[in-house]
Ligand binder design. Structure first.
Ligand SMILES: *Cc1c(COP(=O)(O)O)cnc(C)c1O
Ligand code: SF4
Length: 346
């Protein structure tokens, strides 16, 4: 995917041994503009050595907002947030079974950026932009521009939903739908609200984690007054991603009547331990967010170094069940092309 359509401004340099705290008064769009956009910048900002070979993996561009980067521990090359955004030369290694479209999205396209794979719900690929580029992303090779989603033309998707009365829930995904402005988003939601048989709106987004000030009062107010039941699925993989600003964003969403869920991906070197995932679950439920899915990694080309053995995953889940309330244990699932739902593993 390509980076967002906003003009680039160079991020500030790291200041001595301390980081500036970039969660200050800047608006979310400024936060997008000043994000780190190359591995060289990221390494420099964090005081890491250059690695030109790893930088060859930047065909999938780098994008890391300072709000998220500031939660990385300086000098720690094993940092769980860093591992999600730093290129490694392993991305260049082809592994059998790791392909460009692992979940069959290209086949499921119904035009206008619509994916209708499962009964009762349809997904609109709203925009090619994301607030952070995750190296394990299953859509790292998704041809957003070819699928028309960057042209903001949702008419065919909306017509499809209108014509299918069995669709009660519309998912906005992407990319990240919250990279759209409040005005554009409000217009899209209005058009979905106008389809009588749609009852629920679901927003899949990593923005409340990456740039928590994206949850503006205007956005919260718009969703609060929607006739649709609004579910938001955020995406956090590690407790370290959830700082006070993120907790405050969760709170703004909940106060506006949204139900907030989290999905995570099981990632080697990031969260592949019962301790890490238990801590994440506790932090989420203590902030009023329910752990929803733990996804087995989609086998996308370039992400094989994040793969965790399924037996290991099952063992982690067993350990989590032993120490967490039932509602804090996510469903461990894998997405298989052609199946009519996510497939439970354990
Ligand atoms: C994952 C997914 C959904 C949502 O599935 P749930 O199990 O309801 O969370 C819907 N549509 C598509 C295309 C999906 O990939
Ligand atoms: S935010 Fe989601 S869609 Fe965007 S790069 Fe990360 S995992 Fe992929």
């Amino acid at each position: 995917m390509s980076p967002p359509d906003c003009s680039s401004t160079a991020p500030p340099r790291r200041n001595g041994a301390r980081f500036s705290t970039p969660n200050g008064p800047v608006g979310w769009q400024t936060a997008m503009k000043r994000a780190i956009r190359s591995q060289a910048q990221l390494r420099q900002w964090l005081g890491l050595d250059p690695d030109p070979r790893a930088d060859q993996a930047e065909a999938f561009a780098t994008f890391v907002p300072l709000e998220l980067a500031s939660r990385i521990t300086p000098g720690d090359s094993e940092d769980p947030i860093l591992r999600q955004v730093l290129t490694t030369s392993e991305e260049l290694t082809d592994r059998p079974g790791f392909v460009s479209d692992p979940v069959g999205d290209l086949q499921a396209q119904r035009g206008g950026g619509l994916l209708h794979k499962y009964d009762g719900r349809a997904l609109i690929v709203t925009h090619g932009a994301c607030a952070v580029h995750c190296r394990y992303c299953f859509r790292r090779e998704f041809p957003y521009s070819e699928s028309g989603s960057r042209t903001l033309s949702w008419a065919p998707a909306l017509r499809y939903i209108q014509d299918h009365e069995e669709i009660h829930e519309v998912l906005l995904s992407g990319g990240d739908p919250l990279t759209l402005t409040d005005g554009v988003l409000s217009d899209l939601i209005g058009r979905i609200e106008a389809i009588e048989h749609v009852r629920r709106l679901r927003i899949h987004t990593r923005l409340p984690i990456a740039i928590p000030q994206r949850v503006t009062a205007e956005l919260a107010e718009r969703l609060d007054r929607s006739r649709l039941a609004v579910w938001v699925v955020v995406h956090s993989n590690h407790a370290q991603e959830i700082d006070q600003h993120v907790v405050a964003a969760f709170e703004r969403m909940r106060r506006a009547g949204m139900s907030v869920l989290n999905q995570a991906v099981l990632l080697a070197g990031v969260n592949d331990s019962a301790e890490a995932l238990t801590e994440l679950s506790l932090k989420l439920v203590d902030s009023g967010v329910l752990p929803y899915y733990l996804h087995q990694l989609d086998r996308v080309r370039g992400a094989s170094h994040f793969w965790v053995d399924i037996q290991r995953g099952k063992q982690i889940l067993r350990q989590m069940r032993g120490s967490l309330p039932g509602y804090a244990v996510p469903k461990y699932v894998i997405e298989q092309a052609g199946e009519n739902s996510k497939t439970p593993i354990a």
